[in-house]
Ligand binder design. Structure first.
Ligand code: GAL
Length: 380
């Protein structure tokens, strides 16, 4: 036999090498580059979350169109055995073709988060919903459920929050003060007087009868299985933390406000050594801004604000600075079994489907404060 091998053998060897190089390149998941799925397409799951069920990881996110901002398809789901190689499992929750449906094609679905409910043995999805043709004014949370992690999820309901309910930690006196605010009277925002009124609950009062607004959101499951919904409310000025019912399919009446008037979006929550840490973005639409961090001993606060956990520059990604969150906006924090990873989107508003993904490992300083530096790969 020819020592050099015949041309067919050589071609096969070359092909195998090329294929394994391509696979290992995709298995690298380099922060700041496109992340191909097993079909070679950039992973179209934005504003999403990753959960583990059995031995499999599932990544849910907004399936964004190539152009425009509204939904053609719905919420996508990908699966992986190792968090590196992702298979597109299709659409987990589809938009509806039915005119007038809350999730009619052309609506906006954002920031989907999926929870496994042990009690009901179901997957529950919560997401931010905007109704078709109404921009961002509906400001609702929506619920969907499924027996299978890859769906199809059934749409359950969309709603505003806590109509007729005051936060559980507001005293009679606080409520009386909120009721004296005059939301319509403030033509000029951002004055010290206006801010004081917001802190008293002016927008809570404005929306009390119709229910509170809910836009950017996340969910968090505590060690005891109790789950919480954390959302940007009151014209994106104030965060609300709400307890979820046992089946995760509704909110209980228990909720409170975090950082009234602080304009926090993209909330992500982690718990480390008994302390809760909330990492948010500011409110500049698709443009990156400096992250904010809050710390509390209880999910119900009081929350203390600290500087952004981001540090250094993204040397692998256009030298984006920490005070711009390396060009990204957070979406979720999950534990990969060894470390906590901060998931973020680098939005590309001209082609939202092409928005990049960053996953950065979270380190902790000796006093337990989260620190997030740049890493070329999530596992660096
Ligand atoms: C961002 C928000 C995104 C999306 C976008 C629309 O602030 O975090 O989820 O809603 O605004 O402009």
């Amino acid at each position: 036999m020819n020592k050099k091998g015949n041309p067919l053998q050589l071609m096969l060897i070359a092909l195998t090498v090329m294929l394994s190089m391509a696979l290992s390149a995709s298995a690298q998941l380099v922060n700041g580059q496109l992340w191909p799925d097993t079909d070679g397409h950039h992973i179209n799951a934005h504003g999403g979350c990753v959960i583990k069920h059995g031995d499999t990881w599932y990544w849910y996110g907004e399936q964004r169109p190539e152009r425009g901002f509204t939904m053609d398809a719905g919420i996508s789901v990908y699966s992986s055995a190792d968090l590196r190689v992702w298979k597109n499992e299709g659409v987990a929750l589809s938009v509806s073709p039915e005119p007038g449906s809350d999730i009619e094609r052309g609506c906006i679905m954002e920031r989907p988060k999926v929870l496994w409910n042990k009690r009901t043995q179901r997957f529950v999805m919560l997401f931010h919903l905007e109704l078709k043709g109404r921009g961002y004014e509906a400001a609702r949370v929506a619920f969907a459920e499924s027996e299978s992690p890859t769906g199809p999820f059934r749409f359950v309901r969309s709603q505003r929050l806590h109509a007729g309910q005051w936060p559980f930690d507001m005293s009679e006196q606080d409520i009386a003060a909120a009721k004296q605010t005059q939301p319509e009277a403030w033509k000029e925002w951002w004055t010290p007087e206006w801010r004081r009124e917001v802190e008293k609950g002016m927008y809570l009062w404005r929306d009390l009868s119709t229910g509170q607004m809910s836009r950017d959101m996340t969910v968090f499951v505590d060690d005891d299985g109790r789950a919480y919904h954390i959302t940007s409310s009151q014209e994106n000025l104030t965060l609300l933390v709400s307890e979820l019912s046992d089946d995760y399919l509704s909110l209980t009446a228990k909720y409170n406000m975090v950082a009234p008037g602080g304009q926090n979006e993209a909330p992500c929550l982690l718990k480390h050594d008994g302390t809760y840490w909330l990492i948010c973005s500011g409110c500049t639409g698709w443009a990156p801004n400096e992250a904010r961090m809050f710390r509390a001993k209880s999910i119900w606060g009081p929350w203390q604000q600290l500087p952004s956990p981001f540090t250094g520059t993204a040397t692998g990604y256009r030298n984006m600075p920490a005070d711009k969150t390396f060009g990204a906006q957070g979406t979720f924090i999950f534990n990969d079994g060894q470390r906590l990873l901060f998931m973020a989107d680098v939005w590309n508003p001209r082609h939202l489907s092409q928005s990049l993904h960053f996953w950065l490992p979270i380190a902790f300083s000796p006093d337990g404060t989260p620190v997030i530096g740049w890493a070329d790969t999530p596992w660096q």
